[in-house]
Design a protein around this ligand. Structure first.
Ligand SMILES: CC(C)(COP(=O)(O)OP(=O)(O)OC[C@H]1O[C@@H](n2cnc3c(N)ncnc32)[C@H](O)[C@@H]1OP(=O)(O)O)[C@@H](O)C(=O)NCCC(=O)NCCS
Length: 325
């Protein structure tokens, strides 16, 4: 018995922040951001706005499309590093807001690989027979962790949430396989200390620069390309699938050049790659499920298609899931 994504959903904060908006207070330019990253705009939380509510909205939308109620779920697994609380978990907050009391709910902390990790955990638990219907969410608000005076990182991140409903199913469709990897020795390529205040762009409160996201962009770039290529090849090989038969890659949206380089190294044409970084920036664990939801909505994924999800993020962590839609 395997698992299949039967519906997806997404939700974003209300405020869109364009590159031109950033130009007003930062030494940067729309031209630099677009050419170096592919980002044109991102959504950021405002003070008073709650990421848990946004993630609940994405979850409700996925449940509605699945024709299910929160009470039908057996578990909630959330990829996130943005919970406002060390405990309770973000998953417990979503569980309460959905009204799905008593079912297990827990977080998976793998930064930008959070959704790929959470989907793999959900699929394995379902194969083991533990759960039959699982809500998998990716939600992050890294804009609240950046130092808004550091142009090297502040322009990259956006906030949001994406969700998928998985159902146990026999047959050939669904998650064909997942592969997860991590390399803690590279922790300092992308990191953020847990303590410290969270500052939204509109608030007076600013996160201390020492506690803000630290990133070694150029080194990370190279590892991200290599690791996502390798893990995608390996997951396809294990599933007995030729990489050229993959219909669409829905990868983590960290940088348009990374996404294109991974596709090129895999020998896949650009039309087999889904890109929406221009409108959302890097939404961390939310990026893959938001992109998946848009790809489905736009008709880029049809029944029977082979879909590769891949991601790389702080940890370092990386991984891939191969799906037969
Ligand atoms: C962050 C990233 C876009 C930077 O692009 P890059 O081409 O490597 O740029 P560099 O960091 O080498 O900086 C090049 C120049 O642009 C400048 N620059 C950096 N950010 C800038 C900005 N927002 N606006 C204008 N100029 C900027 C730098 O100061 C530097 O100028 P200098 O040479 O005079 O010091 C790129 O390295 C990247 O995407 N890395 C991977 C990020 C990633 O994967 N993150 C998440 C994984 S989950």
């Amino acid at each position: 018995m395997g698992s299949r994504i039967v519906a997806t959903g997404r939700a974003l904060p209300r405020t869109a922040v364009s590159n031109q908006d950033l130009e007003r207070f930062m030494d940067t330019s729309d031209e630099w951001i677009r050419t170096r990253t592919g980002i044109g705009c991102r959504y950021t939380l405002r003070s008073g706005e709650s990421l848990a509510e946004i993630a609940t909205q994405a979850s409700r939308s996925a449940l509605e499309r699945a024709g299910m109620k929160a009470g039908d779920l057996d578990a909630i697994i959330v990829g996130t590093v943005s919970s406002e609380y060390t405990f309770p978990s973000f998953a417990c907050q979503i569980q309460t807001q959905l009204g799905a009391d008593f079912i297990p709910a827990f977080d998976v902390a793998a930064a930008c690989s959070g959704f790929v990790y959470a989907l793999s955990v959900a699929d394995s638990s379902m194969r083991a027979g533990d759960f039959r219907r699982v809500l998998v969410v990716g939600a992050d608000a890294l804009s609240t962790f950046v130092d808004w005076t550091d142009r090297r990182t502040a322009v990259l991140f956006g906030d949001g949430a994406g969700a998928a409903v998985l159902v146990s199913e026999p047959g050939n469709r669904g998650v064909l396989g997942s592969l997860l990897r991590a390399s803690g020795k590279h922790w300092d390529l992308l990191s953020c200390r847990a303590p410290g205040v969270r500052g939204t762009l509109d608030s007076e409160v600013r996160r201390d620069a020492d506690d803000a996201i630290k990133m070694k962009g150029p080194e990370l770039f190279k590892i991200a390309v290599k690791s996502m290529e390798e893990v995608s090849r390996q997951v396809a090989e294990r599933a007995g699938v030729k990489i050229e038969d993959v219909n669409l890659v829905v990868g983590h949206q960290a940088n348009r050049r990374i996404i294109s380089a991974v596709a090129e190294r895999l020998g896949l044409p650009q039309e087999k790659v889904f890109i929406n970084i221009d409108r959302y920036g890097n939404t961390s664990a939310a990026s893959v499920p938001i992109a998946l939801d848009e790809a489905v909505e736009q008709g880029r994924i049809r029944e029977g298609d082979l879909v590769m999800l891949n991601a790389c993020g702080g940890g370092l962590t990386w991984g891939a899931n191969l799906l037969r839609w």
